[in-house]
Design a protein around this ligand. Structure first.
Ligand code: F6R
Length: 620
C-alpha cells in the first residue's frame, strides 16, 4: 500500500528516488511521482500508471529539471480518488513551496478540506492527502509557527486523524525533510553523510545497511548529517537501530523474468531458513521467551487470524495443531475477527500470521485480542513491523524480501512456521513424545530438498497451461490439508490471470458446485497420499471420476507412486512423497507455476503487479 521514500545528501535526489520507487513499486502502482527541493523552489513530476510512465515523463522534461539533493517520492495504491495525474503524489501547496507524500488514510480529511476551502484554498485533487500540504503552508506562512518548519509540521500532524506516514518538504528549508508516522510504516536509513527514509528498507538497501525503526507516533527530521527522532509533541525519543541482513540482489530479479518466478525458486531456501535454529536435536525452540512454557500449557483455545494467503497458511495451522496438540483451533479472516466479538481471554492464544506485518485488518485483530487479555504470537516475515511489535511474541519466517505481489515463498514459510508453533505447543503440553517430535521434525527438514526436486515441474506446468486453451473458470479441489492448497491455488489464479477460480473441499462438490462442471472445464485436484488415510484417497479418486464423467478436464497433483489416479488424469503432476500433513508444502508449488503461466497466456505479462492489488494492505 503506497511506497514512500526521501533522500537528503550529496547525490542527485532524482536518481536515488526513481531507483527506490522501482524497488517499492510492488507496494502500489496506480501512479508515482517525486518532488525535489533546492534553492528556494520545489519541482514536481508525477504520472498516473506504472513507474515507467513517470520515467518517460522525466526524460521528456529533461535532466536539468528535478535536479537537487533533497527529495521525496511516492508510488500509490489508490484509496481516496481515482488513479489520475492530479491525484498522484507529491501534492504541493498553492505557493508551490510545501510538498508532501502520504501513505495511509486521513480520516478527518473532509472536515479539513472544508476548512481550507472556506479560507480560499483551492484543492487540486480528490485525495485525502492533499490537505496536509496546504495545512503545512498555512502554518509556515503565518501565525505562531511562521518560518518554523518543525513547529509547523507538529501542528499539522496533531490535527490529523487516521493512519499516516507523511513526508514533508519545504522549498525554504532545502537539505531537510520531516516525517511523521502513525500506524503505517517508516524506516530511517543512515548513510555516511546522507540520510534516507522509506516505507521499507528496499528504498535504500543500495546505499546503507544501517536502519532505524520508529515507534508508533514518531516524528523524524533528517538532514545529510543525521537524524533526530521525537514524539508528536516534539519531545526527543529513540528508535531501534538494526542492520539489514539481506542485500540488493535479494530485491532484484537475478535473471528471472519476474520476481514471482524468482521467489517460487527461492522456496527451498525460504523453508530451510525458517526452520533453521528452531530444533536443537531434542527440543523445538521458539524465538522469543515472552511466551513461557507456563503460558503454552495454560491455553485452552487457539485462534489464527490472517488474510489472503496467510489465512490459507492458518487453515493448515488448524489441521496441524488440532492433530498434534489436541487443542481446539479456530481460524478467522482478520477483517471479520473483531467485529464478531469472539470469545477471548487470558487462556486464548491468538496466532497472527502476516508476511508484511503491516496488514491493517490483522493489526486491528491483534489489538482487539490484546484488549481482551489474549496472548498474541505473530508469525511475520518483516523484522520490526507493527504486528510483531505489538504482539507478545514473534516467530519470524525467513523467506527474505517478497516483491511479487502474489505471495509464494512467504506462504510456504508461513506454513513451516505455523508447524513450528504446533510442535512447540505439542512439546510443552506433552501431547507428542520427544521421539514423535523428532520424527515430524525430520519430515519438515526433508521438505526443502523435495521442493528443490519439484521445481523441475515448471516446464510441465507451462505445457499444461499452454494446452488448456481459453479458460473462463477453473475449479480447485482438495480434501484434508489439500483443501487449503486448493484455496491457495484458486487465489493465485484469480489474482494473476483475472480468471474466476474457486477452491472446494472435494466432498462438498456434489452439494452444489458440481453444477458448474461442463465439457472441458479445467479442474485441479490435489490428491492426498494413498499412504495416509486410505479412505480419503479412495474418496477423492471417486470425486475425480464424477467430474470426468461430466466432461471436466482434470489436472491431478498426486504423489510419486500413486498409480490409482492415472486413468482419471488428463494431466498428472507428480510430487515427491511425504507425510500427509507436509504435503501442502509441496502440492502448492505446481499451482504457483500454473497460475503464473496461465496469466501469461491470458496476456498479463506483468505477473509481479496484478491489477488493483498492493503488497501491503495498510487500510481496513
Ligand atoms: C495473495 C496475497 C495476499 C496476502 C494478504 C495478507 O497472494 O499475497 O492475499 O497474503 O494480503 O498479507 P500479509 O501476509 O502481508 O498480512
Amino acid at each position: 500500500m503506497c511506497g514512500i521514500v526521501a533522500y537528503v545528501g550529496p547525490r542527485d535526489a532524482r536518481d536515488v528516488i526513481v531507483d527506490a520507487l522501482g524497488r517499492m513499486e510492488y507496494r502500489g502502482y496506480d501512479s508515482s511521482g517525486l518532488a525535489v527541493a533546492d534553492s528556494g523552489r520545489v519541482e514536481v513530476c508525477k504520472r498516473a500508471g506504472k513507474l515507467a510512465n513517470l520515467t518517460d515523463l522525466i526524460e521528456q522534461v529533461g535532466p536539468e529539471t528535478l535536479s537537487g539533493h533533497t527529495g521525496i517520492g511516492h508510488t500509490r495504491w489508490a484509496t481516496h480518488g481515482r488513479p489520475t495525474d492530479a491525484n498522484a503524489h507529491p501534492h504541493v501547496s498553492a505557493d508551490g513551496k510545501a510538498a508532501i507524500v502520504h501513505n495511509g488514510i486521513i480520516e478527518n480529511s473532509a472536515v479539513l478540506r472544508d476548512e481550507l476551502t472556506a479560507q480560499g484554498v483551492e484543492l487540486a485533487s480528490d485525495t485525502d492527502s492533499e490537505v496536509a500540504c496546504h495545512l503545512l503552508a498555512r502554518e509556515f506562512n503565518q501565525g505562531d509557527n511562521k518560518g518554523d518548519f518543525l513547529a509547523s509540521v507538529l501542528s499539522v500532524i496533531n490535527r490529523l486523524e487516521g493512519a499516516f506516514t507523511l513526508l514533508f518538504m519545504h522549498a525554504d528549508r532545502p537539505g531537510e525533510i520531516i516525517a511523521a508516522r502513525r500506524s503505517t510504516p517508516l524506516i530511517v536509513g543512515v548513510g555516511d553523510g546522507e540520510m534516507f527514509l522509506g516505507s521499507d528498507v528496499a528504498a535504500f538497501i543500495e546505499f546503507t545497511r544501517h536502519a532505524v525503526e520508529l515507534t508508533q507516533d514518531s516524528v523524524v527530521r533528517i538532514t545529510a548529517d543525521g537524524h533526530e527522532i521525537m514524539d508528536f509533541t516534539g519531545r526527543a525519543i529513540t528508535g531501534r537501530d538494526f542492520t539489514i541482513d539481506w542485500d540488493l540482489a535479494a530485491a532484484e530479479k537475478g535473471g528471472y523474468d519476474s520476481f514471482m518466478l524468482k521467489e517460487i525458486h527461492e522456496q527451498p531456501a525460504a523453508v530451510r531458513d525458517t526452520l533453521a535454529g528452531h530444533f536443537d536435536g531434542n527440543r523445538v525452540l521458539l524465538d522469543e521467551q515472552n511466551l513461557t512454557g507456563a503460558d503454552m500449557r495454560s491455553f485452552d483455545k487457539v485462534y489464527v487470524v490472517a488474510c489472503g494467503s496467510a489465512y490459507h497458511s492458518g487453515l493448515l495451522a488448524k489441521y496441524a495443531i488440532e492433530h498434534w496438540v489436541r487443542l481446539p483451533v479456530e481460524i478467522e479472516v482478520a477483517s471479520e475477527f473483531r467485529y464478531r466479538d469472539p470469545v477471548l481471554d487470558s487462556r486464548t492464544l491468538v496466532v497472527a500470521v502476516s508476511q508484511s506485518g503491516e496488514t491493517a485488518d490483522t493489526l486491528e485483530a491483534v489489538r482487539h485480542a490484546k484488549e481482551q487479555g489474549a496472548k498474541v504470537l505473530a508469525v511475520c516475515n518483516t523484522n520490526g513491523a507493527q504486528i510483531p511489535r505489538e504482539a507478545d511474541a514473534v516467530l519470524y519466517t525467513h523467506a527474505g524480501p517478497e516483491i511479487g505481489v502474489a505471495s509464494t515463498k512467504a506462504f510456504l514459510a508461513q506454513v513451516a512456521a505455523n508447524y513450528i508453533v504446533g510442535l512447540a505447543l505439542a512439546q510443552e503440553r506433552g501431547t507428542k513424545y520427544p521421539d514423535e517430535i523428532r520424527e515430524i521434525w525430520a519430515e519438515l527438514e526433508a521438505i526443502p530438498a523435495k521442493i528443490e526436486a519439484l521445481l523441475t515441474c515448471e516446464q510441465q506446468c507451462l505445457d499444461i497451461a499452454r494446452g488448456l486453451g481459453a479458460i473462463r473458470t477453473m475449479l480447485f479441489l482438495g480434501r484434508g490439508v489439500g483443501f487449503p492448497v486448493a484455496l491457495e491455488g484458486a487465489l493465485k489464479l484469480k489474482e494473476l490471470a483475472y480468471i474466476h477460480a474457486e477452491g472446494f473441499p472435494a466432498g462438498e462438490l456434489k452439494h452444489g458446485p458440481i453444477a458448474l462442471i461442463e465439457d472441458d472445464l479445467p479442474v485441479v485436484v490435489v490428491v492426498p497420499s494413498p499412504r495416509g488415510v486410505k479412505v480419503l484417497h479412495s474418496k477423492i479418486v471417486s470425486n475425480i471420476q464424477e467430474i470426468r464423467a461430466r466432461g471436466a478436464k482434470t489436472i491431478v497433483i498426486a504423489e510419486q507412486g500413486d498409480d490409482a489416479v492415472e486413468p482419471y488424469a488428463n494431466w498428472l503432476i507428480r510430487i515427491p512423497q511425504t507425510s500427509s500433513i507436509m504435503q501442502p508444502l509441496l502440492a502448492t508449488v505446481p499451482l504457483q507455476f500454473l497460475a503464473a503461466e496461465i496469466a501469461r497466456q491470458c496476456g498479463n505479462e506483468d505477473i509481479d503487479k496484478p491489477r488493483n492489488l498492493a503488497k501491503s494492505v495498510t487500510v481496513e
